[in-house]
Design a protein around this ligand. Structure first.
Ligand SMILES: [Zn+2]
Length: 396
């Protein structure tokens, strides 16, 4: 049985210029950064003078007028009007988040480090894929570009984002709405409980542990060597710039490896289980429990990836309440006792059962998941919704 659903997805391809000297895309991204900074400065000045916020509509009208100005801002014309409007929408969204106390105040950005601009309906034209060709062509603002067409592009394209990464490379991201077939009946019939930890990335209720590969640590000697070499270059020279890009490329590679590991692990779990029970996946709660360290392990990313993979494969993730006691409770007899963070082993004072701390917790999590499933499946589904945005791929 399969069910067809519409999902938001993103496809990412490496974009190449026909001529390496052609700086127009970089220029457009720079202009996008300037518009962001200009609008933000206006917003701040206006607030200082009147204590009020400039609405999106007013701001868009104002920037459109500036773009028409023949002298001072003529170079802003390099960026399409829709793309310019989109930056203001982005800024407005950042402000709205700030007003709702969901985020910090938007910041000025270094133009050289500004990352992207978005094209909606206009300003681009995608040429048909040619058979036997590894690349495909796209026209952006009257110029032709090639991109490596390594996977077929499906769905209805909503926006095209042109991105520049910290290594100076260009990327093309198509945001699409795509119809997908989701399997409705799953096959393994197995339910598992999992505990996230600091020493072991994941511990199952069967006592299996999965360690997080330390990609960053492994690469550190090489990274340090490059850093030393770069530090000897003359600042602002071309050699220095190339060195910085080399370092950044290295960092991106580490992040890519980690992301790949997360996808593989998520798929491996979905191979084995139909239902996966976790403790509260709310990352704020996890941060509160463990401090800042969790951001290094990439839990946030894994949770997003797993949520997506599980959704795509018709599997279910259950998260139990954050108030459920899982660590200081014996999984065998239910006896509760105090357990320090440093205690790696749980020794039950009630029945003498001895288990690894995370193993014991994973069994408790599984048991709590069973109870949740029996008591009310609607609640479970509601929780599932809260884990992440349903049916939206976190990555391409
Ligand atoms: Zn016990």
């Amino acid at each position: 049985m399969q069910k067809a659903v519409e999902v938001h997805k993103a496809y990412k391809y490496r974009l190449y210029r026909n001529n390496k000297m052609d700086g127009s895309i970089h220029h457009q991204i720079n202009v996008a950064g300037m518009i962001w900074n200009h609008a933000l400065a206006l917003q701040k000045r206006y607030y200082k003078l009147t204590g009020k916020y400039i609405s999106l509509h007013t701001m868009q009208k104002h920037i459109a007028k500036l773009r028409m100005c023949r002298f001072n801002y003529a170079y802003w014309q390099a960026l399409g009007s829709q793309a310019a409007q989109e930056i203001l929408e982005r800024l407005d969204k950042a402000y709205q988040r700030f007003f709702k106390k969901q985020g910090g105040l938007p910041r000025f950005k270094k133009v050289k480090k500004y990352k992207s601009f978005v094209l909606k309906q206009a300003g681009w034209d995608l040429l048909d894929a040619q058979e036997g060709k590894k690349y495909r062509k796209i026209r952006i603002d009257k110029k032709m570009y090639k991109f490596v067409y390594h996977r077929p592009l499906n769905g209805v394209i909503k926006t095209v984002t042109i991105k520049r990464d910290s290594a100076g490379r260009l990327w093309l991201c198509f945001s699409v709405i795509e119809k997908m077939e989701i399997p409705e009946h799953t096959s393994t019939g197995k339910i598992g409980g999992f505990d996230f930890g600091l020493t072991n990335f994941l511990t199952t209720d069967e006592g299996k542990t999965i360690e997080s590969p330390q990609y960053y640590k492994c690469d550190l000697p090489r990274l340090r060597a490059i850093q030393r070499r770069v530090s000897r270059k003359v600042k602002h020279s071309n050699n220095h710039k190339a060195g910085i890009w080399h370092i950044n490329r290295r960092h991106i590679r580490i992040a890519d490896k980690r992301l790949n590991f997360h996808f593989q692990l998520a798929n491996a779990l979905c191979d084995q289980y139909d239902v996966m029970v976790f403790e509260d996946l709310n990352l704020d709660a996890m941060k509160h429990l463990w401090g800042r360290k969790i951001s290094d392990l990439g839990f946030a990313q894994f949770v997003k990836v797993l949520d997506w993979v599980a959704f795509k494969r018709g599997k279910r993730i259950i998260q139990i309440s954050r108030w459920e006691r899982t660590t200081g409770k014996c999984s065998h007899c239910g006896h509760t006792q105090k357990l320090e963070l440093s205690d790696r082993v749980f020794e039950c004072e009630g029945c003498g059962n001895t288990l690894g701390r995370d193993h014991n917790a994973a069994i408790n999590i599984l048991e709590a998941g069973h109870r949740l499933m029996l008591s009310q499946s609607i609640e479970v589904l509601a929780n599932r919704e809260a884990v992440g945005v349903n049916g939206r791929s976190p990555y391409h």
